[in-house]
Design a protein around this ligand. Structure first.
Ligand code: ADP
Ligand code: MG
Length: 672
C-alpha cells in the first residue's frame, strides 16, 4: 500500500484560492463545491510548492482523488501556462475526451477554447488552448515534428502504470526534450508522471531520482467475496452475480461489472435488459443498464455519469477503462470477471493481437477500489482466492509482451532511428532487438545504411497494419499475385480463435461437415473457402450450427477483415481477386511467411528451416497423413512434442523466388 500523504511541507504562498461567487450560476457553484471536496484539494498548496521547485515529479493518488481534472487547473490558476500550454496524456481516447469536457465545464468555458482535446481522427483545439488532453499516441506523433515539445511548458503523463508502448516511448522523449531544452537555454520543460499505483522506485530512478508525492484517496471499507469454486464461463458468472446482487441490494446502489470487449459487453447488456423485463423481477428496483468501452459514441458515454433516480439501479458493464481512467458516481458493487483484453504476442504464431487474458493482482485491487468511493462497498470476484493468489502481481509492460519487430517498425515510423540506444524505462534485450531487425530486413521493411536503420516504402506501409510485420507483408504482396482479396480473408481468419467446433460426442459429424470445405491445397485455402461460404450465406448463424462452425469467431474474422480493408485503402493497396487460382494465394503466403517453413527429411521427419527444429504436422491439419516436401506453417505449438498448426504445402522454387539469399544459405533442394 502507498504510504500516507504528507511527505513535503506546506507553503502559505499558494493558499490563495477560488470560492463560489454570487455571479456564478447554481450549476457552477455546485461544481466548485464538488471540486473543493476532492481529496486533492486540501493538499493543493503543498503540491504547488513542490511542483514549482522540481522539473520532474511523480504523483500517486487513488483513482477519483482529482489528479487528472484538478492538477491542470491548479497550474493554470497560477498562470504557469503563460509561456507554453499544459499537455495531459491519456492511454485512451474516451478518457481524453470525457475528461476535457468535464474540465471545460468546471472552468466554465467552451470546449475547444481554453480547454481542448486531440485524439486520432478527432480534435477540439484552437490557438487559445492552454489545457490540452491528448492520447499518448498523439503526443508521440507530435514529438516527431517537434522533439523539444516546444509548444508546452508542462507535460503530464497520466495513467503511467498502464505502460502502453506509447507512454513508455514518451518517458524517453520527455527526458530527452527536458535535457535538450536545458542545453539550448530554453524555458525548462516541467514533467509530472501520474498514476494510481505503480512501482515508484523504478520510476523515480529513471527520472533522475525525482520526488514522489502521494495523495490519499477516500477509501471506505470493501467487503471482498470470492467464487467458492473455479468457474468455466466468466461471462455467465458475471451476469448471474449481477442478478444475485440486484435481488439483495437497496435501490440506487449501483453495480459496475468488468468484462473484456465491445462485442461481449453489448451482448451482456442486451441479455441483462431482456432478463430485467421478466415479471418475476418486477418487485425489485428498475434497472438501467449501460455499456462502457472506448469505441462508444460520446453521448452514450455521458449516460454513464447520469445519477440514478429514486427506485432505480444503474448497472455499468465496462472494459478496464473504468479501472482507473474514468470514475463513475454511485457505484457500491463491483463484479470482477478477472479478465481483460490485452495486446499480446505469441512468439511462434507471430501474431500480435488483442486476447482475453487474466488480469494482475494490482488491477484486481484497482477494480475492487471502485466500490468504496462514496461509502462502504462490496466486490464480487468471479474467481477463487487461490486463482487470485496465482495472478501476476503487476501487469507486464506492453513493450515486453509485444512482438519487437512490430515495436521497432512503429518506432522507425515515428522517426526514432536509434532503437538500440533509446532510453527505455524497461529495455528489451539487445539479442531480441537484433533478431527483430533481421526479420524486418528479410521482409524488406528496413535497410541498414552506415549503421542506421531506414524504413523502406514497404516498411512505411507495413507499419500501418495492426498486424505482425510478416502478415502485413503477405497482404502487401497481394497485388503482385492478384489475390489481396483472398489473403485478407485468410489473415482475418487466422487472427480469430478457431472457426471449427468439435463437440465431444459429435466428433464424427463435425469431421464430415468439415470435409465439405477441405482443400488438398492446405489449411489456409480451407479457411479461405469457409470465409467465402460464410460471406455468401450472409453470416447465417443456423448455417454455422449445421456446419459445425463457430459463428462468433467467423463474425469476428469478418470484422477484422473490414478493418484490414480500410488500412489497404489508406495505403493505396489494390484489392483484386484471383478467383480459383489458389497457387497464387499460396505463393503470396510464402512472400511474407517464408521464415516459417519446414522441410521433409529422408527419415520422414520434418525440420524447420529457420532453427532446424523437429516438428510434426498436427492431426487437425488437412495435411495430416501426407508428406509434402515443404510445409509452410502458421504456428508451432508445444504440447509434448512440437506441432505445426494451420499448414500449406509449398514449392521449393517459390521459396527461392521470394528470398533467394535466405534459402541458398539453407541449401534447400529444388524438386526435379
Ligand atoms: P483521478 O484522476 O485522481 O482518478 P479525476 O480528476 O479523474 O480523478 O476525477 C475526480 C472526480 O471528478 C471523480 O471522482 C468524479 O467524481 C469527478 N468527475 C470526473 N469526470 C467526471 C465526469 N465526466 N462527470 C462527472 N463527474 C466527473
Ligand atoms: Mg485520472
Amino acid at each position: 500500500r502507498n504510504p500516507p500523504f504528507c511527505k513535503f511541507p506546506s507553503s502559505p504562498k499558494f493558499n490563495n484560492t477560488f470560492e463560489p461567487k454570487p455571479r456564478h450560476s447554481d450549476h457552477l457553484k455546485a461544481l466548485i463545491k464538488q471540486r473543493r471536496a476532492l481529496p486533492i484539494f486540501p493538499v493543493r498548496a503543498k503540491l504547488l510548492s513542490e511542483l514549482e521547485k522540481q522539473d520532474f515529479v511523480i504523483l500517486i493518488g487513488e483513482t477519483g482523488s482529482g489528479k487528472t481534472t484538478q492538477i491542470p487547473q491548479f497550474l493554470h490558476e497560477q498562470r504557469w501556462d503563460r509561456k507554453g500550454a499544459i499537455c495531459i496524456t491519456q492511454p485512451r481516447r474516451v478518457a481524453a475526451i470525457t475528461i476535457s469536457k468535464r474540465v471545460a465545464e468546471e472552468m466554465d468555458t467552451k470546449l475547444g477554447g481554453l480547454v481542448g482535446y486531440s485524439v486520432r481522427f478527432e480534435e477540439a483545439v484552437s490557438q487559445s488552448t492552454k489545457l490540452k488532453f491528448v492520447t499518448d499516441g498523439m503526443l508521440m506523433r507530435e514529438a516527431i515534428v517537434d522533439p523539444l515539445l516546444s509548444k508546452y511548458s508542462w507535460i503530464i503523463l497520466d495513467e503511467a502504470h498502464e505502460r502502453t508502448i506509447s507512454t513508455d516511448v514518451l518517458f524517453g522523449i520527455v527526458k530527452d526534450a527536458h535535457k535538450n531544452r536545458k542545453a539550448n537555454g530554453k524555458d525548462p520543460l516541467k514533467v509530472i508522471i501520474m498514476s494510481a499505483t505503480m512501482d515508484v522506485d523504478h520510476f523515480s530512478n529513471y527520472f533522475h531520482k525525482c520526488p514522489v508525492l502521494y495523495v490519499e484517496g477516500r477509501q471506505h471499507p470493501i467487503d471482498m467475496l470470492y467464487a467458492k469454486e473455479k468457474q468455466d464461463d466468466y461471462v455467465l458468472t458475471s451476469m448471474s452475480t449481477v442478478f444475485q446482487i440486484h435481488k439483495e441490494a437497496p435501490p440506487q446502489h449501483d453495480i459496475l461489472v468488468f468484462l473484456t470487449g465491445q462485442e461481449e459487453i453489448d451482448s451482456v447488456v442486451h441479455t441483462i435488459r431482456q432478463i430485467a423485463k421478466d415479471s418475476s423481477l418486477s418487485e425489485y428496483p428498475r434497472l438501467r443498464v449501460h455499456p462502457l468501452y472506448a469505441a462508444l459514441p460520446a453521448h452514450q458515454q455521458l449516460e454513464v455519469f447520469r445519477a440514478t433516480a429514486e427506485g432505480e439501479r444503474k448497472v455499468i458493464v465496462s472494459t478496464n477503462i473504468a479501472e482507473t481512467s474514468i470514475t463513475i458516481p454511485g457505484i457500491r458493487y463491483v463484479v470482477d470477471s478477472g479478465r481483460a483484453k490485452i495486446r499480446s504476442y505469441h512468439p511462434n504464431s507471430g501474431f500480435d493481437m488483442l486476447k482475453v487474458r487474466k488480469i494482475s493482482q494490482a488491477q484486481a485491487w484497482q477494480r475492487a477500489g471502485r466500490a468504496g468511493r462514496e461509502a462502504a462497498g462490496h466486490c464480487y470476484r468471479g474467481f477463487t482466492r487461490e486463482e487470485f493468489d496465482a495472478l501476476e502481481l503487476n501487469p507486464v509492460p506492453e513493450i515486453l509482451r509485444s512482438n519487437l519487430a512490430s515495436v521497432i517498425l512503429q518506432l522507425l515510423a515515428i522517426g526514432i532511428k536509434n532503437v538500440l540506444t533509446f532510453d527505455f524505462i524497461d529495455k528489451p534485450s539487445p539479442e531480441h532487438v537484433q533478431e527483430a531487425i533481421e526479420q524486418l530486413t528479410l521482409l524488406g521493411a528496413v535497410t541498414v545504411q552506415s549503421e542506421t536503420l531506414e524504413l523502406t516504402e514497404t516498411g512505411k506501409k507495413m507499419a500501418q497494419f495492426p498486424l505482425e510485420p510478416r502478415y502485413a507483408k503477405v497482404i502487401l504482396s497481394g497485388p503482385e499475385y492478384g489475390c489481396t482479396d483472398e489473403v485478407l480473408s485468410i489473415i482475418a481468419a487466422l487472427s480469430s480463435e478457431s472457426v471449427f467446433v468439435s463437440p465431444s460426442g459429435k466428433r464424427e459429424a463435425a469431421a464430415n461437415a468439415k470435409r465439405k470445405f477441405i482443400s488438398v491445397e492446405g489449411d489456409h485455402i480451407t479457411l479461405l473457402k469457409i470465409i467465402r461460404a460464410f460471406k455468401s450465406v450472409k453470416s447465417n448463424k443456423m448455417w454455422c450450427h449445421e456446419n459445425f462452425l463457430n459463428f462468433r469467431n467467423l463474425t469476428y474474422a469478418l470484422e477484422v477483415r473490414k478493418q484490414l480493408v480500410q488500412v489497404c485503402q489508406r495505403c493505396g493497396v489494390n484489392i483484386s481477386s484471383c478467383q480459383q487460382n489458389f497457387d497464387a494465394v499460396r505463393r503470396c503466403l510464402v512472400a511474407g511467411l517464408f521464415t516459417s517453413v519446414s522441410e521433409l527429411q529422408l527419415d520422414g521427419r520434418y525440420l524447420t528451416l529457420a532453427a532446424k527444429q523437429e516438428a510434426t504436422i498436427h492431426p487437425s491439419s488437412v495435411l495430416f497423413g501426407g508428406k509434402p516436401a515443404y510445409v509452410l506453417f502458421t504456428e508451432l505449438v508445444h504440447t509434448g512434442q512440437t506441432y505445426m498448426h494451420v499448414n500449406t504445402p509449398v514449392d521449393a522454387q517459390w521459396l527461392y523466388d521470394v528470398a533467394p539469399e535466405y534459402f541458398r544459405k539453407r541449401h534447400i533442394k529444388i524438386n526435379p
